[in-house]
Design a protein around this ligand. Structure first.
Ligand code: F6R
Length: 607
C-alpha cells in the first residue's frame, strides 16, 4: 500500500530512487514520483501509471534531477484518482513529502489550513500534511513535525524534505511501516528492506511516533517528546537474489517454484524428536490443552490458510476452531475471552484489519500467536507470541508461497494441539509429522506438471465466469483457487461448498460456465462425484482435481488432474499447486499483468 524510499549519500540518487521504487512497486502502482535536492531547490518529477510507463518516460524526456539527497514514492490511490497531480512527492517548494497511509481528519485539516491562506491542488489527504508542516515550520523541522503530528489522526509513514536542509531527510511513522537503512557514507529510508538490499542489509525499525533525521554520515532518532533515543541495529536475512526474478518470467512463477524450500524452512526448525515443538515462543502443551477455543484470523489468502487450519485442528483434536475475516472480527464485538488462543496469520505483518483484530484480542486478554513472514513487522511485534514462516520475500501481489507456508504451519499447530489435548498419541503425531516432512518433495513434483495446467488454462480463457466446488478441506482449497484466478485473470469465479450448489447457485451453470471440482477427500468423493454429474448434465465443462489411486469413474470430467497420493488430511498442501498454476497460466494467456494485477497492491495497510 504505497512504497516509500529515501536516500542521502555522496552519489547521484535519481537512478537509485527509481530502481528502489521498482522493487517496492508491488505495494502500489497507480503512479510514482521522486523529489531531489538540486541547485538549492526541491525538484520533483512524477507521473501517473506504472514506473516504466510513467515516471521513467518523464525522466527520460525532462531529464533526471541532479542531487545526492531525495525521496521517492509509488502510490496505491486512496484519496483522489491516479493522476500526475495526485502523485507523490507532494509539497510547495519549501516542504516535500511522501506518504503511506490515510489521514482520517484531512477534511478538518484542509478547512483549518484554508482559513490560514493555503490553497490545494490535489485531491489527496497527503497534501494537508505537507501544508500543515509548512504552516508550523519556522526554521526547526523537528518542531514542525512534532506539532503537525499532534494534529493528525490516522495512519502514516512519511518521508519529508525541508528546502532549508538539503543534506537530510526526515521520517516518521504511525501504524504504517518504515525502516531506516544504514550504509557506508549513505543512509536510507524505505517501506521495506527489499528496496535497499543492494546497498545495505542493516536497518533500524522505526517505532510509533519516532522521528528519524537521516544524513549521509549520521542518523538521529527522537521520541515523540523530542528526546534523543538509541535504537537497535538489525540485519536482514533476505538477500538481493530473493527479491529478484532469478530467470523466471514473473515473481509469481518464481514464488510457486520456491514453495518446496519455503515449506521446508517453515516446518523443519519446529520439529523436535519427530513432533512439532513451539518452545521458541513459549506455546506449551499446558497452554494448548487449556485453551477453550482457538480463533484464527486473517484476510484473503491468509484467512484461507486459516480455513485449512480449522478443518484439521477440529478433525484431529475434536475441539472447536473459529475462523474469521479480520475486518469482520474487529467490528463484531467478538466472543473471544482470556481463556482462548487467537492465531493471527499474515504474510506482510502489516495488514491494517489483521493488526486491529490482533490488538482487540490482546485488549480482551486472549493469548495471541502471530504466524508472520516479515520479521519485525507490526503484527509480529504486537502479538504475545510470534512464529515466523521463513518464506523469504513474497513480491508478487498474488500470494502463493506465503499461503503454502501458512497452511503448512497449520499442520504443525494441529498436530501439537491434538497431542496436547490427548486426542492423538505420540505415535500418531510422529507418523503425521513424518508424512508432513515428505510434502515439500511432492509439491515440487506437482509444479513440474506444467503442460496440463497450461492446457486447462487454455480452455478457461474464454469463460466469463466459473465455479470452484469442493467439500470439507476441498472447499477450503476451492476458496483459495477461486481467489487466485479472479485476482490475476479478472475472470469472475466463485467457490462453493459442493453440497450447497443445489440451493441456488446451480442456476448459474450452462455450457459456458466451467467448473473446477476439487475432490481429494476419500470420504467425500462419492458425494462430490454426484455434484460433478449434476453440473455436467447441465452442460458445464468440468476440470476435476483428484488424488491418484481414487476411482472417480469413467468420463466423469472433461479434464482431470491427478495429484500424488498422501493422507487425505495432507492433500491441501499438494492440491494448492494446480490451483495456483491454472490461475497463473490463465493470466499469462490473457496477457494480464500477473505480478501487479489491476486495482490491487500488496500489504494492505489501510482499512
Ligand atoms: C491474495 C492475497 C491477499 C492477502 C491478504 C492478506 O493473493 O495476497 O488476499 O493474502 O491481503 O495479506 P497478509 O497476509 O499480508 O496479511
Amino acid at each position: 500500500m504505497c512504497g516509500i524510499v529515501g536516500f542521502v549519500g555522496a552519489e547521484e540518487c535519481a537512478d537509485f530512487l527509481v530502481k528502489s521504487l521498482k522493487r517496492l512497486e508491488y505495494r502500489g502502482y497507480d503512479s510514482a514520483g521522486i523529489a531531489v535536492f538540486s541547485g538549492g531547490k526541491i525538484k520533483t518529477v512524477k507521473a501517473k501509471g506504472k514506473i516504466a510507463e510513467g515516471l521513467e518516460k518523464k525522466l527520460a524526456e525532462d531529464g533526471k534531477p541532479s542531487g545526492t539527497c531525495g525521496i521517492g514514492h509509488t502510490r496505491w490511490a486512496t484519496h483522489g484518482e491516479p493522476s500526475d497531480v495526485n502523485s507523490h512527492p507532494i509539497g510547495n517548494g519549501r516542504v516535500s513529502i511522501v506518504h503511506n497511509g490515510i489521514i482520517e481528519n484531512y477534511r478538518e485539516l484542509k478547512a483549518f489550513l484554508s482559513e490560514h491562506g493555503y490553497g490545494f491542488e490535489s485531491e489527496t489527504d497527503t497534501e494537508t500534511v505537507a501544508k500543515l508542516l509548512d504552516y508550523y515550520y519556522d526554521g526547526d523541522p523537528v518542531d514542525a513535525i512534532s506539532k503537525a503530528m499532534k494534529d493528525i489522526e490516522g495512519a502514516y509513514a512519511l518521508g519529508i524534505m525541508f528546502r532549508d536542509f538539503p543534506d537530510r531527510i526526515f521520517a516518521i511513522r504511525k501504524e504504517s511501516p518504515l525502516i531506516v537503512g544504514k550504509g557506508q557514507g549513505e543512509n536510507f529510508i524505505a517501506s521495506d528492506v527489499t528496496a535497499i538490499l543492494d546497498h545495505t542489509k542493516d536497518y533500524y525499525l522505526l517505532e510509533q511516533d519516532e522521528i528519524a533525521v537521516v544524513k549521509k554520515d549520521k542518523i538521529r532518532f527522537l521520541d515523540s517528546h523530542g528526546f534523543e533515543i538509541e535504537k537497535e541495529l538489525k540485519t536482514a536475512d533476505w538477500d538481493l537474489a530473493a527479491a529478484q526474478k532469478g530467470g523466471f518470467e514473473h515473481f509469481m512463477l518464481k514464488e510457486i517454484h520456491e514453495q518446496p524450500q519455503a515449506v521446508k524452512n517453515t516446518i523443519s526448525p519446529r520439529i523436535k524428536d519427530g513432533t512439532p515443538c513451539f518452545d521458541e515462543c513459549g506455546l506449551s502443551d499446558e497452554k494448548l490443552k487449556n485453551y477453550k477455543h482457538i480463533f484464527i484470523i486473517g484476510c484473503g489468502s491468509a484467512m484461507h490458510a486459516g480455513m485449512v487450519g480449522k478443518y484439521i485442528i477440529e478433525e484431529l483434536s475434536r475441539s472447536p476452531v473459529i475462523v474469521d475475516i479480520a475486518s469482520e472480527f474487529r467490528y463484531r464485538n467478538p466472543l473471544i475471552s482470556k481463556d482462548d488462543l487467537c492465531v493471527i496469520i499474515s504474510q506482510s505483518g502489516e495488514t491494517a484489519d489483521t493488526l486491529a483484530a490482533l490488538k482487540l484480542a490482546n485488549e480482551i486478554g486472549a493469548d495471541t500467536l502471530a504466524i508472520v513472514n516479515v520479521v519485525g513487522s507490526s503484527i509480529a511485534r504486537e502479538a504475545k507470541m510470534v512464529m515466523y514462516t521463513n518464506a523469504g520475500p513474497e513480491i508478487s501481489v498474488c500470494s502463493t508461497k506465503a499461503y503454502a507456508v501458512q497452511a503448512a504451519f497449520m499442520y504443525l499447530l494441529a498436530f501439537r494441539v491434538a497431542l496436547a489435548k490427548g486426542a492423538i498419541d505420540e505415535e500418531r503425531c510422529k507418523t503425521l509429522t513424518a508424512e508432513l516432512t515428505g510434502i515439500p518433495e511432492l509439491i515440487g513434483k506437482c509444479i513440474e506438471e506444467k503442460a496440463q495446467y497450461q492446457y486447462v488454462a487454455s480452455k478457461l480463457i474464454y469463460a466469463d465466469s466459473l465455479l470452484y466446488i469442493g467439500r470439507g478441506l476441498d472447499y477450503a482449497l476451492s476458496m483459495e483457487g477461486s481467489l487466485k484466478l479472479k485476482e490475476i485473470s479478472y475472470i469472475h469465479s466463485e467457490s462453493y461448498a459442493a453440497g450447497e450448489l443445489k440451493h441456488g447457485t446451480i442456476s448459474l451453470i450452462d455450457r459456458d460456465t466451467p467448473v473446477i471440482a476439487v475432490a481429494t477427500q476419500s470420504a467425500l468423493m462419492d458425494k462430490t462425484v454426484s455434484n460433478v454429474k449434476e453440473v455436467k448434465s447441465r452442460g458445464a465443462k468440468v476440470v476435476m482435481i483428484y488424488k491418484s489411486g481414487t476411482d472417480i469413474g469413467k468420463d466423469i470430467a472433461d479434464y482431470t488432474i491427478e495429484l500424488p497420493c498422501v493422507s487425505d488430511i495432507l492433500m491441501p498442501l499438494v492440491t494448492i499447486v494446480p490451483l495456483q498454476m491454472i490461475a497463473y497460466y490463465t493470466s499469462v494467456l490473457l496477457g494480464r499483468d500477473v505480478d501487479m494485477p489491476r486495482n490491487l497492491a500488496k500489504s494492505v495497510t489501510v482499512e
